[in-house]
Structures are given as C-alpha cells and as structure tokens.
Design a protein around this ligand. Structure first.
Ligand code: CA
Length: 237
C-alpha cells in the first residue's frame, strides 16, 4: 500500500525538492504550508508520517509537534531544523519526534530516514496485530471475535460476509479515526484496487442494516461528509 507522507514546510523550493524525491521513491505526498493547515490535514486524512519544518508561519513547528502528539499520539514525525542545537529539544521526551534532519539535507538521506521510521512502525504494528488476534473487540452491544470470525450484537450472532467482517474489524480497530473511502477501499479490498469507492458505501450500508438499531441514525458507523466514515459506538468520547 502506498504510504502517504505529509510535508509541513513553507519554502516552495524545499517542498518541490522533497515532493519530487519522495514521489520518485513511491510515496504519496501531501503538503501543508503552515502549522494550522498541517493540523487540519492530519484531522481530515490519514498519513503514515509527517515531515515537519520547525520554522513555519503562524504556528511554529514545535507547537505543531506538541499538538500532533496530543491528538494523534503515534503518528511518526521527522523534524527538519535549521539549527543543529535544537535537536535535543526536538528528540527529547517533551516532543518525542522520531527523527530529525538538519538543513541543508540531502533528499536521498531524507528518503532513507523516512523508510527506516516506517519499517520500525510496521514492525510494531505487526506485533500488535498478532496479540490482537487472541482478543475480542467489544464496543457497546457489539462484540467481534477476531479468531472465530464471529460478530455478536446483543448476544445474537450476525451473518456477515467476509468483506463486511474485514471492513468492520478495520474500522473498529481505528475507532474515532476518520477513514476515507479510498483508504478503506485500498485497505479492505485490495492494495492496488482501482475502482469505484461506492463499493465502500454499499458495504457500510449493509453493515449498518445489521449492527445499527436505526440505520438512518447510526451510532457505530458515522458518515463523515465528503470524506468517508468514522467508527464510534455508543457513548464515544
Ligand atoms: Ca520553513
């Protein structure tokens, strides 16, 4: 699956250079030119890593980093800094960035660092998935048995298709996170699937018929207008 990188930088020449090189390396690239835009983009879409410049207009990079850590605790962050002596602060416990590069940097070095971070994150996620296999997901009246491929709603076994099951598990594992139609399509169907994202809507609609008390007023799978869906459940937040 193509990894999506968010570049937060206001200097057009650097954006161009980094974007070009990351796309050449097979990444999908999203750009934010100030701190607020970065926070908005991270809310609206799912990124695998953030490349964050510290010198930004409106809100500086340290503040952006702090806010990202508050909201999306695990998103990997690679900091770009003009001052080598800033990295103690950046890598310290306070902000907890994953890595940093001092300007000027080589695009090849940046790509290598990003790949290293993503490899690390993937290794962690795989371990988590293995341990999750033994468990159940319980949200409200919904209980998903990941080993037995069974879903119960109010103690009643639901008849789900394999795709409905996968879609439900993926969404439940990302509770509270906005998931775009394209992301669901790529993850649940096929990494290279090029198709109509309405297939996602159809499956969500079937799932709702099965797990929602009132499918026009969903409690579990919320629609995020213009983007996709978010799994919540009763009393979420
Ligand atoms: Ca800058």
């Amino acid at each position: 699956m193509t990894k999506k990188i968010l570049i937060v930088e206001d200097e057009q020449s650097i954006i161009k250079l980094v974007k070009f090189n990351l796309e050449k390396a097979g990444f999908q690239v999203d750009v934010a030119t100030d701190g607020q835009m970065a926070l908005d983009k991270v809310q609206q879409s799912v990124h695998d890593l953030v490349v964050l410049d510290l010198m930004l207009p409106k809100m500086d990079g340290l503040e952006v980093c702090r806010k990202l850590r508050q909201e999306k605790k695990h998103i990997p962050i690679l900091i770009l800094t003009a001052k080598a002596d800033e990295f103690d602060k950046v890598l310290g416990l306070e902000l907890g960035a994953d890595d940093y590069l001092t300007k000027p940097f080589s695009p090849r070095e940046l790509t290598a660092r990003i790949k290293a971070i993503l490899r690390r994150v993937e290794a962690i996620q795989e371990t988590q998935q293995v341990s999750k296999k033994e468990k159940q997901i319980q949200v409200g009246d919904l209980s998903i048995d990941l080993e037995g491929y069974e879903v119960m709603f109010k103690q009643e076994k639901l008849d789900l298709t394999p795709k409905e099951f996968e879609l439900l598990v993926f969404m439940a594992n990302h509770r509270g996170k906005v998931l775009s139609r394209d992301q669901l399509l790529n993850t649940v169907w096929n990494y290279d699937y090029v198709g109509d994202s309405r297939i996602v809507d159809v499956h969500v609609s079937h799932l709702r018929d099965k797990i929602e008390v009132d499918s026009r007023n969903p409690v579990y799978i919320k629609t995020i207008r213009g983007i996709g869906y978010k799994f919540e459940g009763p009393g979420y937040k």
